[in-house]
Write a protein that binds this ligand. Structure first.
Ligand code: GDP
Ligand code: IMO
Ligand code: MG
Length: 436
């Protein structure tokens, strides 16, 4: 069967932790969108792993697949593989021949355009994600299979690279030589580097749709590991302060070539409060002592860029929107331990906008910026020995009240509740793969 996990908020909800946990039941673990903008943390046997391109589930022996909906920076991918091998993990990896490749000029354009955009900048990770997806849709992208065909690659680069240089120099007014970007626009150098990457990854390149469907036909279980979160989805998120791919469950089908009816379960991963890396409005944002508490206790610093994350209270209109867009069959609530010591613990149950109550988030970011959170307060909890929490009943009653209110409002059963970063700091109530 196929299980998809999707971020329900703004990324960093704890998807990596649950990709690792659920991969115990899965034979194949697939990334279907995004690239190394993702930073997924797994804490296993006291060791911390931070994965960017490679599906987090591979730490447990399953086959990892980077699907066609992803964008791949091959130099970063190879480094990540080396890093894992140095730590004794040698993942069985497949890369979709149809996935698009992040090129050096994409990284340059990502930075140059962010600088030029002013208030429209999303605060990207600078990894070249948006410009790579632009070229994909513009039908001028480099695909993984092109790296295995040096002549085709050269032909593409000879067309594309001068147009990119003209964009940077003539539109944005940035001289590539003076700014140290010349190598990114040197066709010969880029060609040589990327043909070499092709040689290194050639053995892993497959028709990923055929591969995953065959494994499913043979009875293998597949976990689809979403990156980013629903509010960062290019169609359903907080445009333009979002990423350039479909982070929602539909992306799991188009981003892998697996039919939607094969995706049996969709599990929304949600943090018990809100965190955000990047710019734009955030109605429940906390810029006070409570915010400092969430950042310090939750260690809210970006996994990919190290930036201090913005934080806020749990935003139900955002998560209701996510539950509808994805049709969650189940959910996971993470980091309730981080709320320990706060009193009250607040939930934004709705917004108020121009005297009206909104239950779901608006599409218009000017409106979202003007939304006033309507809060519901819960009594806090304190002095909990989280390491001693084994079952749901071990959680303090006040925390249970909070969890049960959220579960009812989200409208999907909480399959698990996470009380710390490590595998064992987890209360599992139901396994989406149906394991006892
Ligand atoms: P992802 O991008 O969704 O995989 O999430 P990240 O790995 O970027 O960020 C989540 C952070 O929270 C990581 O440092 C995790 O180790 C940590 N984490 C996950 N679940 C919990 C939890 O229940 N409690 C605490 N305190 N930390 C958690
Ligand atoms: P994971 O998978 C949190 C944010 C960036 C920026 C916007 C666009 O770890 O949850 P991009 O580089 O994708 O063009 O940036 O999206 N962003 C993330 N925020 N977690 C992520 O991934 C993110 N990936 C991108 O901060 O606002
Ligand atoms: Mg992350």
């Amino acid at each position: 069967m196929g299980v998809t996990i999707v971020g329900a908020q703004l990324g960093d909800e704890g998807k990596g932790k649950f990709a690792d946990i659920y991969s115990e039941s899965a034979d194949v673990i697939v990334r279907f969108q995004g690239g190394n903008n993702a930073g997924h943390t797994v804490v296993a046997n006291g060791e911390e792993f931070k994965l960017h391109h490679i599906p987090s589930g591979v730490l447990r022996d399953g086959t990892g697949v980077i699907g066609n909906g992803c964008v791949v920076d091959p130099g970063v991918l190879l480094e990540e593989l080396d890093g894992l091998r140095e730590r004794g993990v040698d993942p069985d990896l497949r890369v979709a021949e149809r996935a698009h490749v992040i090129m050096p000029y994409h990284r340059v354009i990502d930075g140059v355009e962010e600088d030029a955009k002013g208030d429209m900048a999303a605060g990207t990770t600078g990894r070249g994600i948006g410009p790579t997806y632009e070229d994909k849709v513009g039908r001028r992208g480099v695909r993984v299979l092109d790296l295995l065909k040096p002549d085709t690659l050269r032909e593409k680069l000879e067309y594309v690279v001068p147009t990119k240089q003209a964009l940077v120099e003539d539109v944005f007014g940035i001289d590539v030589e003076d700014n140290g970007y010349a190598d990114a626009f040197d066709v010969d150098a880029v060609h040589e580097e990327y043909v070499e990457y092709g040689e290194h990854i050639a053995d892993t390149v497959v028709d990923a749709s055929a591969y995953i469907n065959r494994r499913m036909d043979e009875g293998d279980d597949v976990l689809f590991e979403g990156a980013q979160g629903t509010s960062l989805d290019i169609d359903h998120g907080i445009y333009p302060y979002l990423t350039s791919s479909n982070t929602t469950v539909g992306g799991a089908s188009t981003g892998t070539g697996v039919g939607a009816t094969r995706l049996s379960e969709t599990v929304g991963i949600m943090k018990a409060y809100l965190s955000r890396v990047g710019t734009g409005p955030l109605p429940t944002e906390l810029e006070d002592d409570v915010g400092d508490h969430l950042v310090e206790v939750g260690e809210e610093y970006g996994t990919t860029t190290g930036r201090r994350r913005r934080v806020g209270w749990f935003d139900l209109p955002m998560v209701r929107h996510a539950a509808r867009v994805n049709d969650f069959t189940g959910a996971v609530l993470t980091s309730i331990d981080v709320l320990e010591g706060l009193d009250p613990v607040r939930v934004c149950e709705a917004y108020e906008l121009d005297g009206e109550r909104l239950e779901s988030m608006p599409a218009d970011m000017d409106e979202w910026a003007r939304c006033e959170p309507v809060y519901r307060d819960f009594d806090g909890w304190d002095d909990v020995d989280w390491d001693a929490v084994g079952t749901y009943d071990d959680i303090p009653p006040n925390a249970r009240d909070y969890v049960e209110y959220l579960e009812e409002q989200v409208g999907a059963p909480f399959y698990a509740i996470s009380v710390g970063p490590a595998r064992e700091q987890t209360i599992i109530r139901e396994d989406p793969f149906g394991q006892p």
